[in-house]
Design a protein around this ligand. Structure first.
Ligand code: ADP
Length: 386
């Protein structure tokens, strides 16, 4: 089963996208709906609220009087904590029950308005953000019957557009018509979400042909989302995680593949985090257990390699051991290139030439064999440290 995250500012069009995903076969877990369900008449949730706040929070028919509850609960931080202490665990439990009951192979879409605010984004292999600019959203909300000052006040209380963009693996633009949005959401589902689910299920990674593209300023943010996922999934075993390789060097043309280096204490630790990385979208690539050694200490060039299951964001995740020469070189290499424009130019030429070779990675190796001592000498001379 794959769980993806869906969010968007109020009025952005999230409901349209979640309805489309449901049409396509997704199971929607909607935080707002669940928080209503757990305090319906006859629930333990409603009974607990009455115990805590008194029965004047009920309507004559026994249902919850939300404004009356809000008036009491928002009087003090303590009252608010009491309310959250009752409702949040019940919502969490219900959410888990729904997730546990779906058939194998289902894609669960977690519709979470406050995905930024709750910091949950890195738990999902894919986060979809629905976007429209603020004025468009205000206009649409007014049409839906919300007073303008209410619409603006709610937007102000939410995360900013910029914060939402930062967690977005996919940004669905809802500046056009609703039909456009539905079409974008359907394409996303069939071209990216379902293949991602299948790749995670089978432990497969996406591969890209050798094609150089101009440096993309969005690569840094893509790398950061991968790093956040890895840190969240693999916890304390990750000593550090860095964006490395060509896409980390400003201005350098590169293959559209993000390289991340995960530093661990040992190859045993690398093996122990393999399952967690796979679950969050980065399955292991077997038989790729060493870099080409550039010194005689060949045993200390071992590593583990993972790739990306998401067809929309190819990546290599190199898991290497702290202090080994390959780990150090991966950190040194982008620093050396960034500081030496002439070497950078030379490297681009080497990459261009390698594109027509039978094996792209292999064709670059002779250059790397010479680059390694040069980069090491540069580190020595400048006092560079990881
Ligand atoms: P959200 O669920 O993100 O808060 P909604 O999906 O409810 O937002 O959209 C807010 C309002 O704007 C709704 O009344 C919806 O019908 C309308 N709406 C959504 N997308 C469009 C669009 N592309 N053009 C015009 N109106 C739209």
């Amino acid at each position: 089963m794959l769980r993806i995250g869906l969010t968007g500012g109020i009025g952005a069009g999230k409901s349209t996208v979640s309805a489309t995903f449901a049409d396509c076969g997704g199971v929607i877990v909607d935080g707002d709906v669940i928080s209503r369900e757990v305090v319906e008449p006859g629930t333990e949730g409603l009974a607990a609220l009455v115990d805590a706040f008194g029965d004047d929070i009920l309507l004559p028919d026994g249902a919850l009087n939300r404004p009356a509850l809000a008036a009491k609960a928002f009087q003090s931080d303590e009252q608010r904590a009491t309310l959250n202490g009752i409702v949040h665990p019940l919502v969490g439990k219900r959410r888990q029950e729904i997730i546990d009951s779906v058939p194998e192979g289902t894609v669960v879409v977690e519709d979470i308005p406050l995905l930024v605010e709750t910091g949950m984004a890195p738990f999902f292999p894919l986060v979809v953000v629905v976007w429209a600019d603020q004025e468009t959203r205000v206009e649409r909300l007014i049409k839906r019957g919300l007073p303008e000052h209410d619409a603006r006040a709610r937007m102000k209380a939410q995360a900013s557009d910029e914060q939402r963009r930062a967690i977005a693996d996919v940004l669905l633009d809802n500046s056009g018509t609703q039909d456009d949005l539905v079409e974008q959401a359907r394409r996303l589902w069939y071209e990216r979400v379902l293949p991602l689910a299948e790749n995670i299920r089978t432990g497969s990674v996406v591969q890209t042909g050798p094609r150089l593209v101009a440096h993309n300023p969005g690569w840094a943010a893509d790398a950061q989302r991968i790093i956040n996922r890895i840190n969240t999934a693999a916890g304390a075993k990750v000593l550090r995680a860095d964006h490395v390789g060509s896409t980390s060097v400003a201005g350098l043309d590169a293959k559209d593949v993000i390289d991340i280096q995960v530093t661990v204490a040992s190859l045993e630790d690398a093996d122990q985090i393999a399952g967690a990385l796979a679950a969050v979208g980065y399955p292991r690539r077997p038989h790729m257990d060493s870099d080409v050694p550039h010194d005689d200490d060949t045993a200390r060039w071992g590593k583990r390699l993972h790739g990306a299951a998401d067809p929309g964001r190819p990546a290599n995740i190199h898991v290497r051991v702290d202090g080994w020469p390959n780990q150090r070189f991966a950190l040194l290499f982008p620093a050396w290139l960034a500081a030496n424009p002439d070497v950078r130019e030379e490297y681009v030429e080497v990459k261009r030439a390698a594109l027509t070779a039978p094996d792209y990675a292999e064709a670059k190796e002779p250059w790397f064999a010479e680059a390694y001592p040069k980069a090491s000498a540069w580190a020595e001379a400048t006092g560079w440290r990881p």
